[in-house]
Design a protein around this ligand. Structure first.
Ligand SMILES: [Zn+2]
Ligand SMILES: [Zn+2]
Length: 147
């Protein structure tokens, strides 16, 4: 069976198009987390039938969570102007806000953002949710992070 490429910059154009939207993609780390495959050790902060939330493995702030759809959608560009997709994105933001309000109610600022292609770290749509202050990370300038 052909293995789909999930990491944005590595794949051929064809593989990328093939994996833009699918129930799940083999070898995608976020699909593994969303489907709770036995090899995935990530603990979920939240889960329902549409989205799951978990901690970023490389936190950039006091609290840094990721919200992902369970369906494999590669980037914001793969979203459609449909009521379903609009609901999905609003739901992701709401879940993120609720978690930060619960876990970092006194934070100076909450920030939410999607990557814009081609600046994807993982080729599965994810909403970054940060409660400031930022954690200094010499390897990743903040300005680059917020593309
Ligand atoms: Zn995926
Ligand atoms: Zn990211």
């Amino acid at each position: 069976m052909k293995k789909s490429v999930c990491f944005g910059l590595g794949g051929s154009r064809f593989a990328k198009r093939m994996s833009e939207r699918a129930p799940m993609v083999d070898g995608c780390v976020f699909c593994d987390i969303a489907r709770r495959t036995p090899t995935s050790t990530t603990s979920l902060l939240y889960a329902d039938d549409k989205v799951v939330a978990f901690r970023d493995i490389n936190p950039s702030a006091f609290r840094h969570y990721l919200i992902i759809p369970i369906e494999h959608i590669s980037t914001v560009k793969s979203l459609q102007r449909t009521e379903d997709d609009y609901q999905l994105v609003s739901h992701m933001v709401k879940v993120g806000k609720d978690l930060l309000n619960r876990d970092a109610p006194n934070s100076e600022e909450h920030r939410f953002g999607f990557h814009q292609p081609p600046f994807n770290s993982v080729d599965h749509l994810h909403l970054h949710c940060l409660a400031l202050p930022f954690v200094p990370r010499p390897d990743v300038p903040i300005a680059d992070f917020w593309h």
